[in-house]
Design a protein around this ligand. Structure first.
Ligand SMILES: [Mn+2]
Length: 245
């Protein structure tokens, strides 16, 4: 099973198309396909902050519908999902940019995009277990003992990471480095925490290289375990990147 895993896109549509082309995907109707039958896997956070969230939703919807891609939701996807369901969610931390795009399309297009996004979230698992259990795609990661489980605690972990409930001085949630103690045999590919370069540790790979913060959009080729990247067109925001010691 050959899969190209894609990090957090956050509305960076142009970078995504460039990355798909660089990976060898070719345009077919509304989506893309690989001549050697490779598949894509998105680690979630398709929207918010970047310039073209709606185009990213449409493209990933087409890819998933055509069985060219796997998708798992991220915390931003979960919030947009609840927005589309009419729940009272705060339009901040990037959601406001996606809502602004939605306010600029016709009623017909709005309901079309809403349907596409509900399909994506409702038809996808919280995390994907692929290649006979050798590969797991989870937005913020998952602990080995939780693979196969889907309770509320696992959902929070998969969407938000190993949070303590405390906040850093800058207001961001404190996140523990779960990958440091990951002891599973399956390779866990995840995103959520922007890093300057893909981070390989204990059979885990963080491929969120902060495209929306001016970093790069990264793909991890599985099982080759090599990366392919395109630079971001967004302004660089140094403080958004996490460094590990
Ligand atoms: Mn993200």
């Amino acid at each position: 099973m050959n899969i190209d895993c894609i990090g957090d896109v956050h509305g960076c549509y142009e970078e995504l198309v460039l990355l798909l082309k660089k990976l060898g995907y070719q345009k077919s109707n509304t989506s893309f396909a690989h001549p050697h039958g490779r598949k894509l896997a998105f680690v979630g956070d398709l929207t918010d902050r970047g310039p073209h969230s709606l185009k990213v939703i449409k493209l990933v919807y087409s890819l998933v519908k055509d069985d060219q891609a796997y998708y798992v939701p991220g915390n931003h996807c979960d919030k947009l999902y609840r927005f589309f369901l009419g729940r009272n969610v705060q339009q901040k931390h990037g959601l406001e940019t996606t809502v602004a795009e939605l306010n600029n399309v016709s009623k017909e297009e709005y309901s079309q995009i809403r349907k596409m996004f509900l399909f994506l979230v409702e038809k996808s698992p919280l995390y994907h277990v692929l290649d006979s259990g050798n590969l797991v795609i989870a937005h913020a990661g998952i602990q080995a003992k939780d693979i196969g489980q889907t309770n509320k605690r696992v959902k929070t972990f998969v969407l938000y990471g190993d949070i303590t409930g405390e906040t850093n001085p800058d207001g961001t949630p404190v996140r523990r480095d779960w990958s440091k103690s990951y002891n599973g045999r399956a390779v866990v590919v995840y995103g959520h925490t922007p890093v300057k370069e893909p981070r390989f540790l204990n059979h885990t790979v963080n491929i969120d290289t902060g495209c929306v913060f001016g970093g790069k959009l990264t793909a991890l080729r599985y099982p080759e375990m090599t990366t392919v990247q395109v630079p971001s067109s967004m302004p660089y925001v140094e403080e958004k990147f996490r460094s590990f010691t």
